[in-house]
Write a protein that binds this ligand. Structure first.
Ligand SMILES: NC(=O)c1ccc[n+]([C@@H]2O[C@H](COP(=O)([O-])OP(=O)(O)OC[C@H]3O[C@@H](n4cnc5c(N)ncnc54)[C@H](OP(=O)(O)O)[C@@H]3O)[C@@H](O)[C@H]2O)c1
Length: 248
């Protein structure tokens, strides 16, 4: 039974991934969330049997919560964790200019988007090592691309910086993990219609009013295909949900 653990699974893309994965009776799925009492999670708990669906508590802002979450997950995963999908992230100030960036908010964005994923990956790695598929997926964004930064200069500066940080960690770590047969991917899920990043919508509305975000369903279908098709030999890439490789 292929196993998946998805963080930030209470809403948005994370919830979409978990919901889609649960529709396949072959999968065992763990939703890692800040609040297990969230309505979305309770609903899934009522719909799917405990033999295929588990919920654990995990808060990226509280590093100390991560090791106990991995211990909890281990109880459900005697054959290890095939797919670790680190999806949780925050974006607090997409419209800020360099003059108006709130430094305290930037620190919190860095904590959740860049620093916490290190602890998430290292705590869940023993479970990934034990598994058959051995895949680590870091949900990133094109806004974190250094190459494309001049084109998106005023968009989500701090969020982009946190994801660029995540990308370099992912790239370096992937080269190490490759040696032990673990496939690591950085993944841009598309510009997706979720509650996150309202400032991004405003930014595009001013520059390209015809541009529209894709649905969560579309993003999830694409994203899961990219995860499935990713091969160890390709080494780490920054994939778009379409499967295209984006420049770092
Ligand atoms: N939407 C887009 O257009 C887009 C584009 C590119 C990349 N992405 C990336 O895709 C991923 C998902 O984005 P989304 O649009 O689905 O975001 P979202 O709708 O804002 O959902 C964010 C998720 O992260 C969780 N989260 C936030 N802070 C957390 C923390 N401290 N600890 C644990 N979980 C936390 C939230 O949980 P709560 O419910 O508890 O708050 C929620 O489940 C992110 O990595 C994002 O950077 C999104």
């Amino acid at each position: 039974m292929p196993s998946y653990l998805v963080t930030g699974a209470s809403r948005g893309i994370g919830l979409g991934i978990v919901t889609k994965l649960l529709q396949d009776p072959e999968n065992f799925v763990i939703a890692a969330v800040r609040n297990p009492e969230a309505e979305s999670i309770k609903k899934l708990g009522n719909e799917y049997p405990k033999a295929r669906f588990a919920v654990i508590t995990l808060d990226y802002s509280d590093y100390a919560s991560i090791a106990p979450a991995a211990d909890e997950a281990a109880k459900f995963l005697p054959a290890g964790l095939d797919h670790l999908i680190s999806n949780a992230a925050v974006s607090f100030q997409e419209g800020a200019s360099f003059e108006t960036i709130d430094l305290k908010l930037f620190e919190e964005e860095l904590r959740v988007n860049t620093v916490a994923p290190i602890e998430v990956v290292r705590q869940f790695l023993p479970l990934v090592r034990k598994s058959a598929a051995k895949k680590v997926v870091l949900v990133s964004t094109v806004v974190g691309s250094l190459e494309l930064a001049p084109n998106l200069a005023t968009l989500a500066i701090t969020y982009g910086a946190t994801k660029a940080g995540l990308n370099i960690l992912a790239r370096k770590w992937a080269a190490v993990l490759y040696e032990e047969g673990i496939t690591t991917l950085a993944l841009h899920p598309g510009w997706v219609e979720t509650g996150s990043g309202p400032g991004i919508k405003d930014w595009w509305a001013k520059r390209d009013p015809d541009r529209r975000p894709i649905t969560v369903q579309q993003s999830v279908e694409d994203t899961l295909r990219v995860i499935k098709e990713a091969k160890l030999e390709e080494k780490i890439k920054l994939y778009s949900h379409t499967g295209d490789v984006l420049p770092w």
